[in-house]
Design a protein around this ligand. Structure first.
Ligand code: NAD
Length: 505
């Protein structure tokens, strides 16, 4: 395993490792490996060379992790601590994350292909979520009911749900985990995490930092490997009380079924096909910059990407020209070069899938405005941001989550039509509305089917507001005060004051 000082040096110089960084699994407060276990070698999608090696867990390994989390929950070593004690650990974790920003961001970029500046921003923002959740550990509380008559008093107690399985995707490995784990811990739960097999290393590093911050052994455990094996087994596991899954809608559906065995609580954060709805009176310069950002950010591999531009016909041409002008200034390339805005596509399969959609757009008669070109030379996967005009709202391009830098443009004539188009997909994750008309904006906010809405902005916000989707974009909410409530169960208590009225006198 690369020693930490070597890793810091590589990170500070932004050099590729001579040998892949090896990180074992993390179970019961320590590194975990098993003789004869297999490994996953990850090649950087921005450089085409092996950069990390992690373990390929078996179901037996998963069972060891779940048993550790179960013991840690049941003996109260974490759940019975005070909110203040839990907050202290979460705050210390935030400090350690900030102390390790460079190494974490470097590893994130190597595995995911995202630009280094973006990785640094995400790791720093993640530290802020840990700080926010620390506050919630101290303010979470139940209710009392003093309205039940002279002889009755009621309490509603919030208790941690128990052992939570957390399955995360590859697009924001550290950030998405930080939108869930600190809330899970603030609630008093224990966890078994299964990160994406493509991007597991920063999750493993975080687990070690948690121990350093004073988290008791066994409270957070990480198993790595393939979702079809360990992810599936985690969702099915009879000793897991809740599964929090973030990923694609089809896999989310299978997680929902797998969770049925012991009726575990389920949280799902799934796909999106998010509209940017632009009315004729919008500030087109503001909108153009945000629309370009919304489709280029993380190379469009973002659940809340604004991948559909739904624009009033009268300003369509002008807006598309302005979006194109912004996109032409976007630099795509080496994610370790801090001057690039857009990095690599995560892997060959995703690259081919995106190119398939670009071909479908051309075949279906949409007009290519810019982009459409790509390279996979040397197993480095880059796609130029691509815009299609005159896209039929019912076509593949406008209906399916592409998860790449591909924007489809559809026009509307009336506000009703705009809402119909916006709501015509099976997803309901996010939407952006662009207008100077306050009343119109509020009407659209009411009518658009999405869990998260931005008015005259896009892809912004901190942990204060909740995130999550409607329709096939998910179940439940993360962050905000709802983020901790998600990981609790309510218990109602009726307390008789004096003698209970007799049934038989
Ligand atoms: P994915 O569904 O392929 O994989 C997500 C995770 O699930 C990975 O860790 C994977 O190993 C695991 N997995 C695979 N099969 C499994 C199974 N049968 N049981 C349990 N776990 C299994 O998704 P992805 O390609 O990693 O990520 C992209 C998708 O995630 C997109 O659809 C995107 O919209 C979605 N996403 C949603 C949000 C959100 O907050 N709504 C955030 C990020 C990504």
């Amino acid at each position: 395993m690369s020693n930490p000082s070597n890793l810091s040096e590589l990170a500070s110089q932004l050099r590729l490792p001579a040998e892949p960084v090896r990180t074992p699994m993390y179970i019961d407060g320590k590194d975990y490996s098993r003789a004869g276990s297999e490994f996953v070698t990850r090649k950087s999608p921005g450089h085409g060379v092996p950069v990390t090696v992690t373990s390929r867990a078996s179901v037996d390994d998963l069972n060891v992790a779940v048993a550790a989390a179960r013991r840690a929950f049941d003996d109260g070593r974490w759940s019975r601590l005070s909110g203040e004690q839990r907050a202290t650990v979460l705050l210390k974790t935030a400090v350690l994350i900030r102390d390790n920003v460079e190494v974490l961001a470097y590893l994130e970029t190597l595995e995911s292909g995202k630009p280094i500046g973006q990785s640094r921003g995400e790791v720093n923002a993640a530290a802020g979520i840990w700080e926010y959740a620390a506050g919630l550990a101290r303010v979470a509380h139940g209710d009392s009911h003093d309205t039940l008559g002279a002889d009755m008093f009621g309490l509603v107690v919030r208790q941690p749900v128990g052992v939570v399985g957390i399955v995360t995707p590859w697009n924001f490995p550290f950030f998405i985990l930080s939108e869930r784990l600190p809330f899970v811990l603030a609630a008093g739960c224990t966890a078994v995490i299964k990160p994406s097999e493509l991007t597991s290393t920063t999750t493993l590093k975080l687990a070690a930092l948690l121990t350093e911050a004073g988290l008791p052994d066994g409270v957070v455990n990480v198993v790595t490997g393939f979702g079809s094996v360990v992810g599936q087994a985690l969702a099915e596991h009879m000793d897991v009380d809740m599964i929090s899954f973030t990923g694609s809608t089809p896999v989310g559906r299978s997680v929902l079924v797998a969770a049925g065995g012991n009726m575990k609580k389920v949280g799902l954060e799934l796909g999106g096909k998010n509209p940017q709805i632009v009315f004729a009176d919008a500030d087109l310069d503001d909108a153009a910059d945000a629309i370009a950002f919304g489709i280029c950010f993380n190379a469009g591999q973002c659940c809340v990407s604004g991948s559909r531009l739904v624009v009033h016909r009268s300003v369509e041409q002008e807006l598309v020209e302005r979006v194109k002008a912004v996109i032409e200034k976007v630099r795509v390339g080496d994610p370790l070069d801090a001057t690039n805005h857009v990095g690599a596509i995560v892997e060959a399969r995703q690259f081919d899938k995106i190119l398939g959609f670009i071909e479908a757009g051309k075949r279906d008669g949409a007009q290519l405005v810019c982009g459409g070109t790509a390279t996979s030379e040397g197993e480095r996967f880059f796609i130029q941001p691509t815009v299609f005009r005159n896209v039929d709202a019912h076509s593949e391009l406008a209906q399916e989550e592409i998860f790449g830098p591909v924007l489809s443009v559809t026009s509307f004539d009336t506000a009703e039509q705009a809402m119909q188009i916006a709501n015509s997909v099976p997803y309901g994750l996010a939407a952006s509305i662009w207008t100077r008309d306050l009343q119109g904006a509020i009407r659209s906010v009411r009518d658009v089917q999405a869990g998260r809405i931005w008015v005259n902005c896009t892809i912004t916000g901190g942990p204060e507001l909740p995130i999550g989707g409607v329709k096939q974009s998910g179940i439940g909410r993360e962050t905000g005060r709802y983020g901790i409530e998600e990981y609790t169960e309510l218990k109602s208590v009726h307390i008789q004051l004096g003698n209970r009225p007799r049934w038989i006198a």
